[in-house]
Design a protein around this ligand. Structure first.
Ligand code: ADP
Ligand code: CIR
Length: 343
């Protein structure tokens, strides 16, 4: 493939960081699992409206294609992957994140997820059909060992009836189908085979299998008791770590398909009703920038807000511990609520 052309109004991290010189320097390289630059950038080339535009295919991608990935990582996370080291801390005793909405007036629900991938396999974009099925098997077996409030069942996507699927998606429990960014990256190959969802009885603990990452471990519940949501997640991750070996790099933390998820691989979000701030996006964005928060619509990434309800979450995931990121999110949400009340 020759150097790709990007439209004039393209502002993705890929088009800003991939020069023709860098492209020719990296284009003939291949990881041991056979992943190439063209595969890595395909999503951003086919979707010029990407914010990032690249997906790693294995652990080695982060080393081999570092001349492209490191500047993207540096820019997104404000973290220098050549000089700094990531540190993880999921100990709930270290968390300082009081409920930002004790009266329950603004926050509808809280969700914290981490992405994980198995150390002995390539990442999803570069996973063969058979490997994906093995990953599903290993993960669903490990999930069977969970006990107490984490105990639940695994539901493969294949064979799930459309009404159940639609309801799970609408209620924010299940991933959407047909994401064009993932599609271009090859992350939807052989869909729906090998994909599925595990959840406990009341759907406060869930695991997505073989979506963008091999595992998305999720804790969620109505309200804003961030501490309780985090404690459940931390306990579940520890239990799964005893059964599965996750991809981890001392500089980059937990390795993920998308470089925005490196490090903690964590997104801690609230669904919050802020109709007045929604009319004053400048102030809304200014507060979010100050606390490194990202605004999404209520049906997840690339969706719109509905009824003045927004998804507000930590933007940085690397070079910050899990407890720090959740604490910052809680403080930012408190500030948003105070501002909403002033307007
Ligand atoms: P992810 O967080 O897994 O990267 P998305 O942004 O696509 O991906 O969100 C996945 C799903 O989780 C969507 O249905 C979204 O509405 C839901 N979700 C995110 N945050 C919350 C929250 N605080 N409460 C309820 N649902 C949420
Ligand atoms: C994109 O580049 O827009 C998609 N591949 C998704 C990037 C992840 N977005 C994010 O902000 N975490």
């Amino acid at each position: 493939m020759p150097y790709p052309t990007f439209p004039d109004d393209c502002s993705s991290a890929l088009c800003r960081h991939l020069s023709p010189e860098l492209y020719s320097r990296l284009k003939d390289l291949k990881t041991r699992y056979g992943y190439t630059l063209d595969q890595m950038i395909r999503s951003g080339v086919e979707n010029p409206d990407s914010s990032i535009g690249v997906y790693a295919g294995d652990e080695e991608s982060y080393r081999l294609f570092a001349p492209l990935l490191n500047p993207i990582i540096r820019e997104y996370h404000s973290f220098d992957p050549e000089k700094e080291r990531h540190r993880s801390d999921m100990d709930p005793a270290h968390l300082d994140a009081p409920d930002p909405d004790p009266e329950g007036k603004y926050v509808l629900s809280t969700r914290i997820r981490v992405g994980r991938n198995l150390h002995c396999f390539p990442l999803g974009a570069n996973l063969a059909r058979r490997e994906r099925l093995i990953v599903e098997c290993l993960v669903s077996d490990a999930l069977k060992s969970l006990e107490g409030d984490l105990a639940g069942s695994y539901y493969p996507l294949e064979g799930m009836d459309d009404a159940t699927k639609a309801r799970l998606i609408e209620d924010h429990f299940l991933f959407k189908e047909g994401d064009r960014f993932l599609e271009s990256a090859g992350l939807n190959r052989d869909w729906p085979e090998g994909r599925g969802i595990y959840h406990n009885h009341d759907k406060s603990f869930l695991v997505w299998v073989n979506e963008e990452d091999q595992l998305r471990i999720i804790s969620m519940e109505p309200g804003a008791d961030i501490g309780r949501v985090f404690e459940r997640l931390s306990r579940a991750v520890s239990a799964l770590e005893r059964k599965l070996s996750f991809s981890y790099d001392e500089r980059l933390g937990y390795l993920s398909s998308c470089p925005t998820n490196l490090g903690t691989a964590m997104r801690a979000s609230v669904h919050i009703r802020l109709p007045k701030l929604g009319e004053d996006m400048e102030t809304f964005r200014e507060i979010c920038d100050r606390y490194a928060l990202q605004i999404r619509g209520i049906h997840g990434e690339h969706s719109e807000s509905e009824g003045g309800i927004y998804d507000v979450s930590n933007r940085r995931r690397l070079g910050i511990t899990e407890v720090e990121a959740v604490g910052e999110m809680a403080r930012g949400v408190r500030e948003l609520i105070e501002q909403e009340e002033r307007l």
